[in-house]
Ligand binder design. Structure first.
Ligand SMILES: C[S@@+](CC[C@H](N)C(=O)[O-])C[C@H]1O[C@@H](n2cnc3c(N)ncnc32)[C@H](O)[C@@H]1O
Length: 263
C-alpha cells in the first residue's frame, strides 16, 4: 500500500506552505517539485499547489467538452453513474449532480473536497475509510460521492458500477511512470458498456514538462488498446494560449471517446 497518510498530514503544515508564497512563482514551482519527487508523495505536489492558490485549472463552471459531449456519455439512458477521476472541486461535479446523474469522484487533497461541499452548500456525511486511507464524502441523498484518497487505491468494490468517465486534468496530471497503472485501475472500474471522454494535450515536452503533461496520441492508443475502441472527437489548436501560459511554440488539445473494444 502506498504511503498516502503523509499527504493528509500536510493540511496541518499549511503555515510552512504559506511561507513559500513569498518566493517568485518560478521558485515556488521548483520548490514544490523538489520536495515532491517520490512516488509516495505524488499528491503532495498538488496539495501544495492548492494551498498556495496555484489551481489555475479550476473553474466553477462545467468544462466545455463535458457540456459538448455529454450525449456521448449518456447514450440514451436518462440518468447515469458517472466517474470523475482526480476531480478537484471542478464545476463538472455539481453540474452533473444538478442534472440528476449519480456522480462519483476521487480527489487526493481532502481540504479541497471539504471546500467543494461547503461552497456548493450540499449537505453531506464524511466517513473515514481505512482501506483507502482516506474519507468518503457523500451527499445526504447518496447521489454525489467523492472519495478523498489516492486514485490508485480505488477498487470496483468501493466505487460500484460505472457507466461513464469524464477525464479532464486526470490522466494528463499523473506522472508518465504511473500511466499504465492508471489505465489498469480504470479498466478494473468501468462497466461493460462504458463510455469515456478523455482530454489530453500534445506539445513539445523538451520545452515544458507540464502539468498538463504531453500525451502523444500513439501513447493514448497503446495505453487503452487492450480494452477500448479509441476515437478522436475533436482536435483544437491551442498554440496561442500555450505561448502565453507555458512559453510553448505549439500545443494541440485532443479529445477522445473511448468505448469497449469490439470482441
Ligand atoms: C489538474 S487538477 C484537475 C482537477 C479537475 N479534474 C478539474 O478539471 O478541475 C488534478 C487534480 O488531481 C488531484 N490528484 C493528483 N494526483 C492524485 C491522485 N493520485 N489521487 C487522487 N487525486 C489526485 C490533484 O489534487 C488535483 O486536484
Amino acid at each position: 500500500m502506498r504511503h498516502f497518510k503523509h499527504d493528509f498530514e500536510m493540511t496541518n503544515k499549511s503555515s510552512e506552505v504559506e511561507d513559500t508564497v513569498q518566493h517568485s512563482e518560478h521558485n515556488i514551482e521548483q520548490n514544490i517539485r523538489l520536495s515532491c519527487s517520490g512516488v509516495e508523495d505524488r499528491v503532495q505536489y498538488w496539495q501544495a499547489r492548492w494551498a498556495t492558490g496555484q489551481s489555475q485549472w479550476h473553474s466553477e463552471k462545467p468544462h466545455q467538452y463535458l457540456v459538448k459531449y455529454l450525449d456521448q456519455l449518456v447514450t440514451g439512458d436518462a440518468k447515469i453513474r458517472i466517474f470523475l477521476p482526480l476531480c478537484g472541486k471542478a464545476g463538472d461535479l455539481n453540474w452533473l449532480y444538478q442534472a440528476g446523474h449519480t456522480v462519483l469522484g476521487v480527489e487526493g487533497v481532502p481540504f479541497v473536497v471539504e471546500q467543494f461541499f461547503r461552497e456548493n452548500k450540499i449537505e453531506h456525511e464524511k466517513t473515514s475509510m481505512q482501506d483507502i486511507n482516506g474519507w468518503k464524502f457523500q451527499s445526504k441523498d447518496g447521489r454525489l460521492t467523492i472519495y478523498a484518497c489516492d486514485f490508485f487505491l480505488l477498487t470496483p468494490a468501493i466505487l460500484g458500477p460505472i457507466d461513464a468517465v469524464y477525464d479532464r486534468g486526470a490522466l494528463e496530471a499523473v506522472s508518465p511512470n504511473d500511466r499504465i497503472n492508471y489505465v489498469r485501475v480504470m479498466q478494473s472500474l468501468v462497466g461493460p458498456e462504458f463510455r469515456y471522454v478523455l482530454n489530453t494535450y500534445e506539445y513539445d515536452d523538451t520545452m515544458f514538462q507540464g502539468p498538463p503533461r504531453n500525451i502523444p496520441r500513439d501513447e493514448v492508443f497503446n495505453l487503452f488498446a487492450d480494452f477500448c475502441e479509441v476515437d478522436i472527437l475533436e482536435e483544437e489548436d491551442e498554440s496561442d494560449a500555450a505561448a502565453d501560459k507555458f512559453n510553448l511554440e505549439w500545443m494541440v488539445k485532443v479529445v477522445y471517446l473511448l468505448k469497449p473494444a469490439l470482441q
